[in-house]
Design a protein around this ligand. Sequence first.
Ligand SMILES: [Zn+2]
Ligand SMILES: [Zn+2]
Length: 255
Amino acid sequence: MRIKVLGCSGAEFPGHNPPGFLLDGVILFDAGSLTNVLDKHGQSAIKDIFITHAHLDHIRDISFLADNIIVEKRKQRVNIISIPSVIKTIRKHLLNDSLWPDFTMIPDYENAVLKYVELAINKPIGINGYRITPYKVTHSVPAVGYLVEGSSGKSLFYTGDTGPITATWGKIGDKRINCLIIETSFPNRMRELAITTGHLTPQLLKEELLKIRHMPENIYITHPKPQHLSTIKSELEKLKVRNLRLLIDGETIKV
Ligand SMILES: [Zn+2]
Ligand SMILES: [Zn+2]
């Protein structure tokens, strides 16, 4: 598994892009960064986009990708994959023919640029040799994280935005996670805000890690607020957790 970090930030500033993680160049997890980072060649390779939740910083570039496909008359067709409540929000509030065209009807329904694929929580889907399962996480809107299991036996779990999630770690149970991409949005002093908005602080992250049966091999942190980055970084270092670090925009990690 090769994961290119198109963006891993909890807000947008130059050099800090919203979340987008590209697996093997073809499967994207969250579309906060896509068309702002990938050239035409990179964009045209994408076939499936898994969305964790329908907040704008995780979905916005679906719009611009669809527009580019039509303008360039590409044959590319893209599946937008998530749980029904997330699809419903994208359909109703983003690709609603008002804020942006409904690309599931363009050029027509049969040949549409985008197609919605609905998943049930805890039920895997097979794509490109991977088994990908959505697990419920805790956020201010319906949200899931994705467990990606490869045929090589390696696995990745991407939480998306989440607060504490005791039941989910229980469901993952004995499964080993080689690579955990987990959010930490706020510094420790903002614990209350983190909990009410469905996010983590370094201390809350540590409490989550203690709930996981087998400690993941590598732990990568996504979604920090750039305004608090240096505090979050030093608080993460103080946790003294092995193989844990902040992700960097543009890097590629191998699992
Ligand atoms: Zn969110
Ligand atoms: Zn977010």
